[in-house]
Design a protein around this ligand. Structure first.
Ligand SMILES: [Zn+2]
Length: 478
């Protein structure tokens, strides 16, 4: 399982003159919200005025609940004195936090911040997570025990802080770890600057909710669809003869794939899309209209960054039928790991059929598969032959499962390399394009989701290939 590393390793301060001694910064002063007379010598905190104003504006949106966000910026050193510049902020939409009395930063938000950081880092590689801020409407600036735990747990680097804002009393303050203790810093200063590297950067986010919520920070409005969906652009103008065209794949929601294609983004450098020749060819599939879990606040999603990026085996098939986003319910991981745990002969691996729904989110124009349950082998497998095992499983359960059958999953300590031997059983039993085989590497009794390899078969090209790119773990939060 991937543990996201929130804190960067071995971060060194950059040497440059701090605000007050550097003509790149103007109007350096303590804000009225922070009347502290002295200024800390352990870590000098400087906040870009746009950021500071944005925090207070956000804090005032709803003063009946706690709000919060992430602070990003630079870590510097001037003549042996460490300092930070808070150049950026990303506010967490209040919908994320299920508890109205206490702001809770969700995994989804950390993922959003991660993505946002990556975008900023493309041009400003020194940007760091400097901490979090949250509000205490009308109960003052201090750190509660939960606040301290958060700081101790994930934001304990010498350049990381927690900021608390009371929008009612119009006060704020900055806290950080000093040794094992959380201490309040003696004031901070805000600054203006003409230098773009020291003030709000132009970030992008894939999450429309985050984008809407941070719109005043001028997040790129063109990149609000999650994730980018490539359309089929033929390598040359003559498609293979076996292509069959299907006009309307879904009687229920009347989604014409041609229409769907029209709304997807064409990669900028791709040749002109010839839609007449490139109708998506999904066999009759019953898409259930559903909100994609990424946009449904009842769910918390975690992106699995697949190390083995799933690619077509041959360049001939470098197209996408429809965006194969897979949502793998978190509970299934536990279920599978439990099964693995009880397995007597680990060499046999765990095999199960994957069940779930193929869905379509109309408002986001996204097709996705949600994997919700499993059907595992009833008895101990007698042979390691995957072909035979799949055959037996499908004989027992295949008919009952019908459309719910989305593929199979195999847990093993030794993933065959290359995967070609597994293509054969897959293409024999799983003839639908949306069906997949997932091969998950096991390490110390845990599923290494990042190492998952996903295979699929395209009957039109008569090739097995790998084309699922987006894997998410999701769970219901409320
Ligand atoms: Zn608090």
């Amino acid at each position: 399982m991937k543990i996201r590393i929130i804190r960067e390793k071995k971060i060194e301060a950059q040497r440059f003159k701090m605000p007050g001694r550097n003509s790149d910064f103007t109007n350096v002063h303590q804000p009225p919200s922070n009347p502290s007379k002295s200024f800390s010598s352990t870590l000098n905190v400087f906040i870009c005025r746009q950021v500071w104003e944005s925090i207070h504006r956000h804090a005032e949106i709803d003063m009946s609940i706690e709000m919060g966000g992430a602070l990003l910026g630079l870590y510097g050193e001037d003549n042996g004195q460490p300092f930070i510049l808070v150049t950026d902020v990303l506010h967490q939409p209040p919908q994320y936090s299920a508890d109205p009395t206490m702001v809770r930063f969700t995994r989804q938000f950390y993922d959003d911040v991660e993505y946002y950081m990556d975008q900023l880092k493309a041009n400003n590689k020194d940007i760091l997570r400097l901490g979090l801020y949250h509000t205490h409407p009308n109960y003052g600036v201090f750190m509660s025990r939960t606040d301290e735990q958060t700081l101790k747990g994930i934001f304990k680097a010498p350049y990381q802080i927690a900021m608390v804002v009371d929008p009612v009393k119009r006060e704020d303050g900055v806290f950080m770890m000093s040794g094992q203790k959380v201490t309040r810093q003696q004031g901070f200063k805000i600054y203006d600057t003409p230098k773009p590297e020291y003030r709000l950067h132009q970030g992008q986010t894939l999450n429309p909710l985050i984008a809407r919520y941070n719109a005043h920070l001028q997040l790129d409005p063109h990149r609000q669809i999650t994730p980018k969906i490539p359309v089929y652009t033929p390598p040359n103008s003559t498609p293979p003869k076996t292509i069959k065209t299907t006009q309307n794949i879904d009687k229920r929601s009347k989604i014409s794939l041609r229409q769907a294609q029209k709304h997807t983004t064409t990669p900028p450098n791709s040749p002109t899309t010839n839609t007449d020749k490139t109708k998506m060819q999904v066999k009759r599939l019953d898409f259930i209209p559903k909100i994609c879990p990424l946009f449904n606040l009842r769910f918390e999603c975690r992106t699995v960054t697949l190390r083995k990026y799933v690619r077509p085996v041959k360049t001939l098939v470098d197209y996408y039928e429809f965006p194969m986003m897979l949502f793998f319910e978190q509970a299934l991981v536990q279920q599978l790991e439990k099964q693995w745990h009880h397995l007597q002969n680990k060499k046999m691996g765990v095999l199960a059929l994957l069940l779930g729904n193929s869905c379509y989110d109309k408002s986001q124009n996204l097709y996705f598969l949600e994997l919700t349950s499993l059907q595992n082998e009833d008895q101990m497998p007698r042979s390691a032959n995957l072909y035979k095992r799949l055959q037996l499983l499908l004989k027992d359960h295949g008919l009952i499962l019908k459309n719910r059958l989305l593929g199979w999953v195999f847990l093993t300590e030794n993933v065959p390399q290359p995967l070609y031997p597994l293509y054969e059983p897959h293409k024999h039993f799983f003839k639908q394009k949306h069906q997949m085989g997932m091969i998950v590497k096991m390490q110390q009794d845990h599923m290494q989701m990042e190492d998952t390899q996903i295979i699929a078969y395209d009957p039109d090209y008569q090739k097995a290939f790998e084309y699922f790119q987006h894997l998410f773990l999701y769970r219901r939060v409320y």
